[in-house]
Design a protein around this ligand. Structure first.
Ligand code: FO1
Length: 312
């Protein structure tokens, strides 16, 4: 595989779509955070895998960023009627994906295998692999104790102040067996503009995964999820404030120090160009249109290739 991208939820999926559109399908593979996964109503929900799958399949809901477009909500209405929990919204069509995945897992398939079957069925031509087939569950530490990730993120709307994170199960997890194949002949690794703490760190917490990326010999480039002190999407800046670190692109670069070979800054942070402990490239990183996604993907690849050729 020529390029491998690490990605989490909605922000990461925007650049992932750009990469998928500027590269041939066999040239890019995505390694996805599964720390957000949870069991709900007996179903295995894998939100970041779902978001990327729907995005690459052209089925995503553009307003929400998660779930499917052309969705209906009869299941949720029926749950409400029964007095069941409705804080996590599962659309009727989306439900079919979770049921399919859960059935495959209960019949002995791995998450990697179940994902392959789902992405093939939905016409996704790029490889999407979970970071691990083993359960890793992000716990958000707050003043009132640990909270499971989806409960923090969706039910509590990211309101509790965070004090730290834990990736339960990561110590004994192993990378998806497909990671090694994806890294064969790898020319560049891209860390999408996902939340460093709860989207990328769980991936890097899987023992052996970080070492495998580094052993590939390919340059690693991260795209800043922080632009001008605010997050492109989600609670990254809020979390940084609560953790007592500046909500800045420089801080994100420092977070990845020792792993990445280059960092992409937004134009609004151009003043940081040349001031970090690694090569930087300035790009227009807000992705509103499809053209924005494609342009940022092309610029990221150009930077990765320049780093590989020693031209930076
Ligand atoms: N996000 C929400 O904000 N509210 C929801 O009700 C919700 C439901 C949901 C169902 C399936 C799925 O795959 C994702 C869903 N998400 C929902 C998105 C998701 O929980 C988060 O965006 C990620 O975990 C953060 O990356």
């Amino acid at each position: 595989m020529a390029y491998v991208a690490l990605t989490g939820g909605i922000g990461g999926a925007k650049l992932a779509l750009g990469l998928a559109r500027v590269l041939a399908a066999e040239k890019i593979a995505f390694v996805v955070n599964t720390g957000d996964d949870f069991e709900h109503f007996g179903l295995h929900i894998s939100p970041d895998m779902d978001t990327l799958t729907y995005t690459l399949a052209g089925l995503s809901n553009p307003e929400a960023g998660w779930g499917r477009h052309d969705e209906s909500w009869q299941f949720m209405a029926a749950l409400d009627e029964l007095g069941s929990e409705t804080w996590f919204r599962l659309g009727d069509r989306d439900l079919a994906l979770h049921v399919t995945r859960t059935q495959m897992l209960s019949q002995g398939a791995t998450l990697t295998q179940a994902t392959r079957r789902i992405t093939d069925s939905l016409g996704v031509r790029q490889r999407i692999i979970p970071m691990s087939d083993d359960p890793v569950r992000t716990q958000v530490h707050t003043a009132s104790g640990p909270v499971a990730f989806q409960h923090y993120f969706v039910r509590d709307r990211c309101e509790p102040a965070v004090t730290g994170f834990e990736f339960a199960g990561a110590e004994t997890a192993t990378p998806s067996p497909d990671l090694a194949t994806c890294l064969e002949g790898c020319e560049g690794v891209i860390i999408c503009p996902s939340n460093p703490f709860v989207s990328v760190d769980p991936i890097l917490a899987v023992p052996g995964l970080r070492a495998a990326l580094q052993a590939s010999g390919a340059p690693l480039v991260a795209v800043s999820p922080i632009v001008g002190g605010a997050a492109i999407k989600g609670p990254t800046a809020k979390m940084m404030g609560e953790l007592g670190v500046p909500a800045s692109a420089a801080q994100v670069a420092a977070h990845y120090a020792g792993l990445i070979d280059g960092f992409i800054l937004d134009e609004r942070d151009a003043a940081l160009d040349g001031t970090l402990a690694m090569p930087t490239r300035v790009a227009q990183s807000l992705m509103v249109t499809l053209a924005d996604r494609e342009r940022l993907a092309a610029e990221t690849l150009e930077f990765v290739n320049a780093l590989r050729k020693g031209a930076v």
